[in-house]
Design a binder for this molecule. Structure first.
Ligand SMILES: CC(C)(COP(=O)(O)OP(=O)(O)OC[C@H]1O[C@@H](n2cnc3c(N)ncnc32)[C@H](O)[C@@H]1OP(=O)(O)O)[C@@H](O)C(=O)NCCC(=O)NCCS
Length: 199
């Protein structure tokens, strides 16, 4: 089935709140149970506690996806030279060992909007959601230190390939990355996106 490509103006974003949290119960997805459980069981509590902030993405009146963000840091692993972290590593004479970051803690779209599913009617929502995360990061970086966006990309859903397409790179060097990708005991792989490519 040919999918309908969504445009930013098709989507309405709302921070999770008392007045819209009833929509969470109808969120339907089969791809990753753990991400659904987080939305239904923990997202609101974390939101209230100020541990993370969750944003809901609506297509018409349907909850189509959500993103949970929080602050983070990208570690500079000086003992393991990294091609993309090299430019930061040369600035660490003053003892910097981390880079301030905004983290994508959770992110998912419902089945009907998952571009990888044959049965989905729509595509393009993930990209629209990422554009809004970039807006948050840009705004944050005008007020506090924030240089990269980090994430732990799921292996089982192929999310790391999607992040790669958007311009994310692996947070570990090549050797460690190969190990993380190869071994089953690792279910996610850390990645980052340098904001300076857009700011
Ligand atoms: C990852 C996810 C958010 C992407 O959302 P989406 O709406 O399906 O993605 P988009 O339609 O915006 O995709 C943008 C591009 O990436 C491609 N893409 C999407 N998912 C991909 C994947 N898993 N692997 C490789 N490419 C992928 C699309 O084909 C599209 O390519 P194009 O620009 O050449 O047409 C969504 O698939 C999802 O929720 N997955 C399950 C949960 C998950 O893994 N979340 C990430 C948590 S770490």
């Amino acid at each position: 089935m040919k999918k309908i490509t969504l445009e930013p103006e098709d989507i309405k974003v709302e921070p999770l709140s008392e007045s819209n949290k009833n929509h969470i119960l109808n969120f339907s997805s089969t791809v990753c149970q753990e991400l659904d459980a987080f939305l239904k069981e923990n997202a609101f509590q974390e939101h209230i506690l100020g541990f993370s902030k969750t944003y809901l993405y609506f297509y018409r009146s349907e909850l189509a996806g959500y993103v949970t963000i929080l602050t983070d840091k990208q570690t500079l692993r000086l003992e393991r030279p990294h091609q993309d972290l090299k430019r930061f590593q040369t600035k660490t004479e003053n003892g910097y060992t981390t880079i301030p970051a905004l983290k994508i803690g959770r992110m998912r779209v419902s089945d009907n909007f998952n571009s990888q599913l044959e049965t989905a009617k729509y595509c393009g929502l993930g990209k629209i959601m990422f554009a809004s995360i970039l807006d948050h990061a840009k705004e944050l970086s005008t007020k506090v230190g924030c240089r990269v966006i980090t994430t732990h990309a799921k292996k089982s859903t192929g999310a790391y390939l999607w992040y790669q397409k958007l311009g994310f790179v692996y947070s570990h060097n090549e050797e460690k990355t190969k190990e993380l990708l190869a071994k089953e005991e690792y279910n996610a792989i850390p990645m980052f996106y340098d904001l300076k490519r857009i700011i």
